[in-house]
Design a protein around this ligand. Structure first.
Ligand code: 5AD
Ligand code: SF4
Length: 488
């Protein structure tokens, strides 16, 4: 766990220590010293703006970087422009990259007006050599570029940049070590993500993630448990265990541990109320895990189980290693074993689906619709296939014409939304435990909370209730959320 006293006790007089996390503590303190002087020089407290794109992994990484920058002396602001602007990028789909270049154009003008502004880019897009090259050539006003494997070095990189007054670009092809005991800053005081593993070994043929996040590496269970215990002592009641493929957690450890085993250990932690996890690959979801989910009372009634396609033929081309039938039978086993997880009858299932993978025929697409109708997902993230250079699918023939993809996408969305609305409606009127999360973003008189099954409900209440789990009556279903009231 992060130990503030250990950091404070460290001397920054001599050379930087070689071992981690001491080395980063050293640079955090060095930067802090510099930031004091910088503040005097520019005449106002230093501000930072962190923009996070993409998945939960990036959100978690941004929390870590926020903590480092706060220690240094930056104060977070809502505006997109600040003394330190950091973009934590995503590259899963092409338009995410295009968005970044658009933002850089905008920042360039601001930097002209405020030369002491620093612009930093990190995350998955920076793991792509072509993109880094493009930034080096055409966006020389960017001060810091780093990737997914060295975010823990943020203070060291910033210090190097400050000292040299030149851009610093440091992207590693592979991860070196998992550095524990760095600070973290939570967006919500009562819930947070906890990395249990990094990287992915699956190489789904459309996906860039294994190339940008590297091979699978699991954290030691003791480190995870001790982190969560520390978080609980600090007010956390809900954790989301994070990994690209949590079901293969622990396989590469010296003393292998299964994800089911880890889940049972986390479930034992006193004071913790809710456990979620993301993402599960259907091919690795074991019966042992299904049992563990049913037995662990803190595990939420929600499972995100990406389908990607309902066609066995397409799944094979996607390198997903399951078939339409095996996916459906897995869902059946999950539902059979988890009746106690139900609000009404079933555990809530959500999914990811890609439309328009190369070679997808109308028949293949019908298979996807068929699975959607059979499983009846509570909700689904639907994506139009995006060609990612460097992945095997990008070189496949029979890319599906845009208008065909668009038409299928709309049909899928219609199907998914219809089912989702019916499911939401089916528990209207029930009273369920809700974790109160925040003040409603649209209406300040309402609070917003989450059911165990991950659905959202808005209800009147006082801000002091944030962080508590309370019984809320789901008065009215509104399609994909509820309006409710606290039951006293
Ligand atoms: N095109 C479209 N969607 C993609 N995803 C991953 N790669 C691509 C791609 N090339 C989707 C998958 C994954 C989710 C995080 O993003 O559905 O589960
Ligand atoms: Fe990408 Fe597949 Fe790994 Fe998920 S499991 S990150 S889709 S390669």
């Amino acid at each position: 766990m992060f130990d503030y006293e250990r950091l404070e006790a460290l001397s920054i007089e001599g050379e930087a220590p070689q071992s981690e996390p001491e080395r980063q503590y050293y640079f955090m303190k060095k930067c802090r010293q510099w930031a004091e002087e910088e503040k005097e020089r520019i005449g106002h407290p230093l501000t930072m703006s962190i923009q996070t794109l993409g998945c939960q992994m990036n959100a978690k990484d941004s929390e870590k970087m926020t903590a480092i920058l706060e220690y240094i002396g930056y104060k977070e602001v809502e505006e997109p422009v600040a003394d330190f602007v950091l973009y934590n990028t995503c590259t899963v789909r092409e338009n995410a990259n295009l968005k970044i270049y658009g933002r850089l154009g905008y920042l360039k003008n601001h930097k002209k007006k405020n030369p002491s502004m620093r612009i930093a880019l990190c995350g998955c897009m920076m793991q792509e050599a072509d993109e880094v090259e493009r930034i080096r050539k055409s966006y020389s006003f960017v001060d810091l570029v780093f990737g997914t494997h060295n975010i823990y070095k943020l203070a060291e990189l910033l210090y190097t940049q400050v000292q040299s007054a030149r851009p610093v670009m440091d992207v590693w092809k592979e991860a070196k070590e998992i550095v524990e005991d760095l600070p973290g800053k939570r967006k919500y005081p009562f819930k947070t993500g906890v990395n249990i593993m990094y990287g992915c070994n699956n190489f789904c043929s459309y996906c860039i993630v294994p190339y940008v996040r590297g091979r699978e590496r699991s954290r030691e269970p003791e480190d995870i448990i001790s982190e969560i215990k520390g978080l609980v002592a600090d007010g956390v009641v809900e954790v989301m265990l994070l990994g690209q493929n949590v079901n293969s957690y622990g396989k590469t450890l010296e003393n292998p541990v299964t994800f089911a085993n880890l889940l049972r250990q986390v479930n034992e932690i006193e004071g913790l109320k809710r456990i979620r996890f993301m993402t599960s690959h259907p091919k690795d979801l074991s019966d042992e895990l299904i049992e563990a989910m049913a037995e662990c009372d803190k595990v939420c009634t929600h499972l995100h189980l990406p389908l990607q396609s309902g066609s066995t033929e397409i799944l094979k081309k996607m390198n997903r290693k399951y078939t339409k039938e095996s996916y459906l039978s897995l869902v059946e086993r999950i539902r059979e074993k988890n009746p106690k997880l139900s609000l009404t009858t079933d555990i809530s299932l959500t999914t990811d689906i890609i439309v328009g993978f190369p070679g997808e025929t109308e028949e293949d697409f019908e298979d996807t619709l068929d699975v959607v109708r059979k499983v009846r997902y509570d909700s689904a993230y639907t994506f139009i296939y995006s060609k990612r250079t460097g992945t095997p699918a990008a070189a496949m023939e029979n890319q599906v014409p845009e208008e065909v993809v668009k038409e299928r996408f709309d049909r899928l969305l219609h199907e998914v939304q219809g089912i989702s609305t019916e499911i939401t409606k089916s528990i209207e009127g029930e009273t369920v435990p809700v974790l109160v999360e925040e003040i409603n973003t649209q209406n300040e008189e309402l609070l917003t909370g989450r059911l165990s099954n991950n659905a959202v409900v808005h209800f009147p209440g006082d801000v002091s209730l944030i962080g508590e789990i309370l019984p809320v009556k789901l008065v009215e279903s509104k399609g994909f959320y509820y309006m409710g009231e606290i039951v006293k």
